[in-house]
Design a binder for this molecule. Structure first.
Ligand code: 0O2
Length: 195
């Protein structure tokens, strides 16, 4: 857990730097907010059970890629790719897997860009590469995903199937809102004379 916490802090520091740099260069924050968490042992074991992963240390750390997670919330669709480009350039961070649920949403409507990265952490015994899952999404995608997550984890919700279908339909509206807000932002920034 200490290793995962350390890896999460490394990612957080990079993100803070990116935001500070962006404020200086463009007077604006790129990341609206971020959250990070280490998966609770209970959730690790539940997920392992769900996926049929043996409950050994070796197997859990090899097969579960989101024990450490950082979620980056941006305002606009374009900003997702700006953050990804910044992370691509980090020499001491390797992106080992990309799941693009933004261009290829899940059937339930879930949208988010997932990156599995490895970052080095330094132990008394030497350097170790540790995996962190980074989720990058807009405020609107996050709004949708947090409610959908609540529905998934609550038991005995009445009309669950109907609510699920309704959420999938709303995901279309969220996607449309993201596209339209991005277009408005582009117009404002491109067509406005500098102060
Ligand atoms: P929790 O409780 O949020 O942590 P894989 O790595 O391919 O073997 P995994 O880990 O399921 O399988 O990969 P994926 O699809 O990248 O999902 C990782 C996490 O993304 C999930 O972790 C969720 O946090 C989030 N996520 C993925 N799909 C959905 C979705 O349909 N709705 C919502 N709200 N979140 C989603 P956990 O451990 O499943 O859940």
């Amino acid at each position: 857990m200490l290793m995962y916490e350390s890896a999460t802090r490394t990612v957080q520091n990079k993100v803070r730097y990116l935001n500070d740099e962006n404020k200086i260069l463009y007077g604006d924050s790129l990341i609206d907010s971020f959250q990070s968490r280490i998966k609770q042992p209970r959730s690790i074991l539940e997920k392992a059970e769900r996926k049929g992963i043996p409950r050994t240390f070796e197997s859990l750390t090899t097969n579960l890629h989101d024990i450490a997670g950082v979620r980056l919330i941006v305002r606009f669709l374009d900003d997702i790719w700006k953050v990804k480009a910044f992370l691509d350039k980090q020499d001491d961070m390797e992106i080992v897997r990309v799941k693009d649920y933004v261009r290829h949403p899940k059937a339930n409507g879930y949208r988010s860009l997932h990156l599995i990265v490895t970052v080095p952490i330094y132990l008394s015994a030497g350097k170790e590469q540790v995996e962190v899952e980074i989720q990058i999404r807009t405020i609107a995608m996050n709004f949708w995903a947090s409610l959908e997550h609540e529905l998934n984890y609550k038991k005995n919700v009445p009309h669950q199937g109907q609510l699920r279908r309704s959420l999938t339909a709303k995901a279309g509206l969220v996607s449309q809102l993201d596209t339209e807000m991005n277009a408005i932002k582009e117009t404002i920034r491109n067509e406005t004379e500098p102060d």
